[in-house]
Design a binder for this molecule. Structure first.
Ligand SMILES: Cc1cc2nc3c(=O)[nH]c(=O)nc-3n(C[C@H](O)[C@H](O)[C@H](O)COP(=O)(O)OP(=O)(O)OC[C@H]3O[C@@H](n4cnc5c(N)ncnc54)[C@H](O)[C@@H]3O)c2cc1C
Length: 465
C-alpha cells in the first residue's frame, strides 16, 4: 500500500509547450526572477527548485494542469504568498510552483448566513477590508497577509484563535482539485454537518500534499462593537503564565491572550514606543456588546492579575491606543529582524494543553539559559502556544538553537502537546512526526498514497523520507 520511491520528471520544452496550451501561455513562466521569488518562503530552510511557475486562474485550468502533471510525474507545489515558516510551499523536488496570486476574487458574500465564498489567493487582510462594509470579518489572523488557501493548507491560527478558533474552525466547504485532476466539493454551507467522512478537515492542514484548494466558503462573525485591551506586567514568567491559566479559567472569554517575555517587552518599549515595563507581559483583548459587560470584564481581569502580583496593569478602550498596541505585537518579529542585521531568526512553534503551559514555559526558559544562547519568547498563550525565537549568525549558532528547540518540542509532546501549533510541518518539523504520531503516521501515508499515488503533490513534506 505504501508508495515506492518516486522518480520525478524534469520539465523540458515539450512539457512547457503542453503546459502553456493547458494553462494559457500568459500563465506559465520560467523567468529566473519569478522562480527565485517562488523558491523562498519566510523561513531559513534551503531554497526550493521550482522549474516553472504557473499562475492558477480557475478550477478547470488547475484540473487540466494536474491531470497532465500526474501523467508525466511532474511535481506540483501550491503557492499562496510564501509567508510559511517551515519551508511548506518550497518545491523541493523541482516541477511546478502553482501560484494562486491571481485567484483573489470574492465569489459571493452570504451576509445573512455569515459566510463568504472566496478564491484561495485572497489575503485575509484584503478579505476583511472588503467585508467591513457588511460589518463582518473572518477571524483567523496569522499576522502576515497570508492567503486563505495558505491558511487553510497550514491550518494557520493566531492572536484571535483563543476566542474564534483556528482556520479549521472557520471553514465550511471547499472545492478541491485532486492529483489526477478530479474536481471535488467537500463539506457544505450548513453549519451542522454529519454526512459521511469529514473530508473537509482532511484537506485542511494537509499543506497542499493531498489536493489543491480552488474555492472555500468561510464562516464570518460580526465585527465586535466594543473592544478593550489590557496590558499586565508580572514579576516573573511563572506569575504571568499562571495569570494566563486563571484568565482562561475565569470564563471571561478573551479575544486575544498573548504572552511576551521581558526581553521582547524591552524591545517593544525601546524601539516601538509602547509603554511597557521590562518584564514578562500579557496582552489581552476583550469584546462585548454592552459597555457594562466590558467594564465588568476589565474589573475581573484586573483583580486576577493583581492577585497574581502584577506590577503594572494598563487598560484601554481607546481605539487608537489599542491599535498601536496590537500593531506593535504584530510587528514584533519584524522588529527582531531589524535589530539583528546580518542574522537570521529561527522560530519555534509548540503548543500544549493550557494546564501544562507553565511547565512548558519553565522548561523552555531553563533550556535556553543552560545552553547560554539568546532567545526571545512570545506566544498565543491563551491557546497554550509558544514561539521561541533564536537569532543566529552562523551554522554553529543555528545548531545550538535547533538543539534547544528540539528539546522544547520533545517536552511539548511529553506534556500532551504538539510539535507545531500553527506553522505546520513543512520540512522543518518532519523529524518530529514519528515521535508525535507513531503508528498513525502510517495511516497518514496510506491516505496520501490513496489520493496521490504518484506522489506529485508537494513532495518531501510532512513525511520523513
Ligand atoms: C511575520 C510572520 C508572522 C506569522 N505569524 C503566524 C501566526 O501567528 N500564526 C500562524 O498560523 N502562522 C503565522 N505565520 C506563518 C504563515 O503566515 C502561515 O503559515 C500562513 O498560513 C501561510 O500562508 P501563505 O498564503 O503565505 O501560504 P504559503 O506559505 O504560500 O503556503 C503555505 C502552504 O499552503 C499550501 N498552499 C498554498 N495555497 C494552496 C492551495 N490553494 N491549495 C492547497 N495548498 C495550498 C502550500 O503548498 C504550503 O504547503 C507567520 C509568518 C510570518 C512571516
Amino acid at each position: 500500500m505504501i508508495a515506492e520511491p518516486v522518480m520525478y520528471t524534469r520539465i523540458n520544452d515539450t512539457h512547457l509547450e503542453a503546459l502553456r496550451g493547458l494553462a494559457g501561455a500568459e500563465n506559465v513562466t520560467t523567468a529566473q526572477a519569478m522562480l527565485d521569488l517562488h523558491n523562498r518562503d519566510a523561513s531559513r530552510h534551503p531554497a526550493g527548485n521550482a522549474e516553472a511557475v504557473i499562475f492558477a486562474t480557475d478550477a478547470e485550468q488547475v484540473s487540466r494542469v494536474m491531470a497532465y502533471c500526474n501523467e508525466h510525474r511532474i511535481p506540483v507545489t501550491p503557492w499562496g504568498v510564501g509567508t510559511s515558516l517551515e519551508g511548506n510551499p518550497l518545491a523541493r523536488f523541482g516541477g511546478i510552483s502553482f501560484s494562486f496570486e491571481r485567484m483573489t476574487a470574492i465569489v459571493k458574500v452570504h451576509a445573512d448566513d455569515f459566510q463568504v465564498t472566496v478564491q484561495p489567493g485572497i489575503g485575509h487582510k484584503d478579505l476583511n477590508a472588503q467585508l467591513a462594509r457588511y460589518g463582518l470579518f473572518f477571524p483567523p489572523d496569522p499576522g502576515a497577509n497570508a492567503t486563505v488557501g495558505g491558511m487553510l493548507a497550514n491550518n494557520a491560527a493566531g492572536i484571535r484563535t483563543v476566542k474564534y478558533g483556528a482556520t479549521k474552525d472557520n471553514v465550511l466547504k471547499m472545492q478541491v482539485v485532486l492529483a489526477d485532476g478530479r474536481i471535488i466539493s467537500v463539506g457544505s454551507r450548513s453549519i451542522k454537518q454529519s454526512s459521511g467522512y469529514d473530508l473537509l478537515h482532511l484537506f485542511v492542514g494537509s499543506e497542499g500534499t493531498l489536493g489543491i484548494i480552488t474555492e472555500a466558503t468561510l464562516k464570518l462573525v460580526p465585527v465586535p462593537s466594543l473592544m478593550s485591551s489590557v496590558v499586565a506586567s508580572f514579576p516573573s514568567v511563572e506569575a504571568a503564565v499562571e495569570a494566563v491559566v486563571a484568565v482562561r479559567g475565569s470564563g471571561l472569554d478573551p479575544a486575544a491572550l498573548e504572552f511576551i517575555d521581558a526581553r521582547q517587552s524591552a524591545l517593544l518599549r525601546d524601539h516601538n514606543g509602547v509603554d511597557l515595563e521590562e518584564a514578562p507581559t500579557l496582552f489581552m483583548e476583550f469584546h462585548a456588546v454592552l459597555p457594562e459587560a466590558l467594564d465588568f470584564g476589565l474589573a475581573q481581569v484586573k483583580e486576577i492579575c493583581e492577585e497574581l502580583g502584577a506590577t503594572r496593569i494598563k487598560t484601554t478602550t481607546d481605539n487608537a491606543e489599542r491599535a498601536k498596541l496590537w500593531s506593535a505585537r504584530h510587528h514584533a518579529f519584524e522588529l527582531l529582524q531589524r535589530l539583528h542585521p546580518g542574522q537570521e531568526i529561527y522560530i519555534g512553534d509548540v503548543a500544549v494543553p493550557i494546564s501544562a503551559y507553565p511547565d512548558l514555559i519553565g522548561f523552555a526558559e531553563h533550556a535556553i539559559a543552560e545552553a547560554g544562547i539568546k532567545a526571545f519568547m512570545k506566544g498565543h498563550a491563551g491557546d497554550g502556544n509558544i514561539h521561541c525565537e533564536f537569532p543566529f549568525k552562523d551554522e554553529a549558532e543555528f545548531a545550538r538553537a535547533s538543539h534547544v528547540n528540539d528539546m522544547i518540542v520533545q517536552k511539548a509532546i511529553e506534556l500532551g502537546g504538539t510539535a507545531t501549533g500553527e506553522h505546520g510541518v513543512g520540512v522543518g518539523k518532519v523529524r518530529h512526526m514519528i515521535r508525535e504520531h507513531g503508528a498513525s503516521l502510517d495511516v497518514m501515508r496510506q491516505i496520501k498514497y490513496t489520493l496521490d499515488p504518484n506522489g506529485i503533490l508537494n513532495p518531501g513534506k510532512i513525511f520523513p523520507e
